[in-house]
Design a protein around this ligand. Sequence first.
Ligand code: BGC
Length: 749
Amino acid sequence: MKKIQLLKICLLITCSAAAQQSKNAFISSLIQRMTLEEKIGQLNLLTSDMDITGPFMKAGYKKDIEAGLCGTIFNAYTPVYTRQLQEMALKTRLKIPLLFGYDVIHGHKTIFPIPLGEACTWDMSLLEKSARIAAIEASADGLQWTFSPMVDIARDPRWGRVAEGAGEDTWYGSQVAKAKVKGYQGSDLSSPNSILACVKHFALYGAIEGGRDYNTVDMSRRQMFQFYLPPYKAAVDAGVATVMTSFNEVDGIPSTGNKWLLTDLLRKQWGFKGFIVTDYTSINEMINHGIVKDEYEAGALALNAGVDMDMQGSIFSSQLKKLLQDKKITIAEINAAVYRILSAKYDLGLFKDPFRNCDTALATKEIMSAEHLRDAQMIAERSIVLLKNEHQLLPLKKEAKIALIGPLANSQRELIGNWSAAGDYTKAITLLDGIKSKTSNVTYAPGAHYSSDTMLLKKALQKQRLTVEDTANSAQMLAEAVALARRSDVVVMALGESQGMTGEAASRSDIRIPDSQKELLKAVYATGKPVVLVLMNGRPLTLEWEDANIPSILETWFLGTEAGNAIAAVLFGDYNPAGKLTMTFPRNTGQIPIFYNHKNTGRPLDVNNKYTSKYLDVSNEPLYPFGYGLSYTQFTYGAVSVSKQQITAADKLQVSIPVTNSGNYSGEEVVQLYIRDRVGSVTRPVKELKGFKKIFLEKGETRIVTFDITIEDLKFYDKDMRWTAEPGDFTVFAGPNSRDVQSASFSLK
Ligand code: BGC
């Protein structure tokens, strides 16, 4: 038996070595036949005019394709259009096929919750599934490459792009990174429904100062390695095919020109084999950064640092030839970049079948299929976080007379959120439609505009001029909504942000519910009717007043195509919510940055002692902590216990905690495990997530939930930057969120 297995393994190794050899031979011979211009063309990524995702556009991309001067196109899709462009590429001298990329961030046509919302499912199989479906639809629609996942750790909710990632935790973010890469790429890139994933933005983009987009990042190497780099590394370990640089600098050098980052760390230390693409015009932006004086120097810095593909900047096309003549770069560097890009095209099978993603019939069959929409609703339901539910106001009774109020209650565009790619918002199910499918006892009034701040609206909605619908009749709208509330038994209010207030270039210095909506909420609250607040937004908001006054609050993010059905299922109790936050909700913006895995400091909070680390005007505690989320049922936690008091490096420690469903509904709970290293050669966080289990318990059922802890869970970067576990005492915490935990101790010998 063993012999046969060994033989099989040897055969596999021989086959893959042979396959690698023939790939090498194919690409090398192609490179030998390429002119310098053709080589540089392969390093050139241009947007088509179908969509625009950045500041400016180079016209004439079609001419570049026809001349063999552009190897990859983004923002072009559909089998018909990509076929048309591919045919142009195949008329060039060497017939090298184009690669088609796009920002397929949370679904292609079937839109799933924004990534920050989807992360609240704490279910890796679902996160993988939505990426798989996105790949199936995108590949059926002409694409082979997505600019996803974004794995930037984010501790500052002012930054609009927190919507695109999995939140603040390093360990959790690393699990999500792996699941997403697997989902997009499948097990074999040559399968026509696999697409290349692209982990971004490498690196540290989430740590921009003040949460202001595109701003500077400055952090210690220790902070990078311990907290910010692991999710990118997890994606690399999962075999991600491509990496995108970030707009920010890393240790004083923009990522796009940072050789330490791209070559020493990513390629040499981590063993990344794929290709590196810049972010949109980020080579050009190195001039503004003040690291180079012109495009000529920018091109040299980027190529020398390890960049393979220039997104939309056209610097490689305009500068590399001259740089080579001047010996500022080498032909070996160009060849290596060309090799890596052709290698991705080869792995996808594009040389064998350049039209592998151009089948119109397949697109019709796959895109927004009934099955995909069912999954989108299921995932959307599981992304909803119940923040508060006093007196069991939820679930609603179908007989109740419901007033549905708010600018987001009947909106389709907002529901599919930012970066919704090719998503067709006209297919999105509104909350009004979702509620109507459950009861006819509902009446709707918008009540307010997204905001009365016209400057903010102009910027968020990217409009030069606002239309009448954006601002007019505020007083009348409010009066109608209040009157409607008075005539009803219960009010459901859909408030939050317009999708344009979130995502890229959408930082906010004040993360409250915008003024006009808040005014509406207060006016409706004053009627004395019970209010359920359904939040739709792309970031943690500050909700102190809401939490103090509104009995029920549901965080629904931007849930995607099936949003209305998913929220209605939760409102009426057809699905019992189980989502848990992956980003801390602060009490006010002054608390930012705020995150659960902070350090203890030398003067940890003591409310009776003035000279301890705190604010005078707000508590240190967030409003809703990391990992927080309620259910319609109650989960009661027993005492946590450990299998041993002391372990060695070879041992496994078992941590157990009994969890009982002591409420009135069956439901799911995410049981979380945190560890604190009491003393380290460098200071350690007050706790760090190291595991979780999502369980389903019937009413009255108890389960003992267990976790295995090994030495791997205790490792960190020590004072000499070695990844190691140090002997000593540890506390282990288990519970429903990062705050409400039970603890036990053990030590490592
Ligand atoms: C964003 C990237 C995106 C790219 C292409 C940039 O502005 O930062 O995340 O992938 O545009 O659309």
